[in-house]
Ligand binder design. Sequence first.
Ligand SMILES: Nc1ncnc2c1ncn2[C@@H]1O[C@H](COP(=O)(O)OP(=O)(O)O)[C@@H](O)[C@H]1O
Ligand SMILES: O=C(OP(=O)(O)O)[C@H](O)COP(=O)(O)O
Length: 403
Amino acid sequence: MPSFKTLDDLDDGQRVLVRLDLNSPVEDGEVQDNRRFDRHAETVAELADREFQTVLMAHQGRPGRDTFVSLEQHADILADHIDQDVGFVADTFGDDAIAAIDDVDSGEVLLLENTRMCDEELPEEDPEVKAETEFVQTLSAEFDAYVNDAYSAAHRSHASLVGFPLVLPAYAGRVMETEYEANTAIAEKEFDGNVTMVVGGTKATDVIDVMSALDEKVDDFLLGGIAGELFLRADGYPVGHDVGDMDLFDEQWEANQAKIESMLAEHRDQISLAVDLAYEDDDENRAEIAVDEIEEKTQGFLDVGSETVMTYSPIIRESEAVFVKGALGLFEDERFSVGTVGALEAIAATDCFSVVGGGDTSRAIRMYGMTEEEFSHVSIAGGAYISALTGQELVGIEVLARE
Ligand SMILES: Nc1ncnc2c1ncn2[C@@H]1O[C@H](COP(=O)(O)OP(=O)(O)O)[C@@H](O)[C@H]1O
Ligand SMILES: O=C(OP(=O)(O)O)[C@H](O)COP(=O)(O)O
């Protein structure tokens, strides 16, 4: 088990570069406040209170998606959470960023621009390669220490996550510490009864890999969201039509078709797919259709239907443990919240061991009147928490623990 240094080991009076995960939902260009701000505020407030010169890095969205925006709004939202100004510079490591970093005094906090706007951030490469990038070499010269608080991005081998620990003394932030402990303990838990996993969201590639790794631990996979539609497509249903400017299906279908087909061939009895789906009708109301009645791929589906919720709920009620990764529909729009809220309410109504993961999905709990206390653990991580469940080492944590 890796052991890393924490903020308790950090000597005072230093210039600290901190990686957070503030990746958030964006609606009509507006960044939505969510649990990640709340949780990371603890680390940032502690560093500011201890009078460090604190400079923050984070990412938002992926290039090409409409959630790929600047971090300017994130600085204001974070400032509200820590009750102190958070400066922002629209640069990752160029002259403007260096000048702004030089201006940071003890106890002040500055946020740099979206790390994914830097070309060297994203390609998944070994930490040793990332450590040599101009991005890491230039920025690290400005700091005495690096803190990684981004547990929920620790499964990505990106420069801001794995490069800096090789060139600066590295420490885990408070979120990294608590999420790591909780998720590792959960991964080691054994259950006597049925284990169910609710699988949805938009990152189908992440969840499909995890489903194959967990096929022995999980008895029932209940599918919805984009992953669910890809499985329905493999079953011959004409679904998977993008709505608006979302581009979620074709690339993920190509990347996963073979895996999905073999999962269906080998584990059919463990996989439940939606029997009906919801869409927006001509009057902008929610309408539902049985999957058997869908004739052509001309309609985008934004939620599982009510019949599906009635099929999934008893399976949840009879489970000893339920893990949620990803929403069953576009729950941010109340019309398409039926699947996600139905599954979460079924979990909350039982005394099963339950974990809800994902920055977006964990937001649905409060949005629809539930409380986090109704679940055993609510993680702000999605992909990282399910990677931890499969016993995989997260690269961002492995480098943090290196001597
Ligand atoms: N059918 C769908 N169409 C569009 N978006 C969907 C659909 N189903 C789920 N979603 C979206 O998936 C998001 C969660 O996706 P993801 O990033 O995979 O999960 P998380 O952040 O919880 O790990 C939610 O914000 C929800 O709106
Ligand atoms: O939101 C995140 O992941 P999650 O949706 O799996 O919780 C992380 O910020 C990682 O983002 P990425 O999946 O675009 O690399």
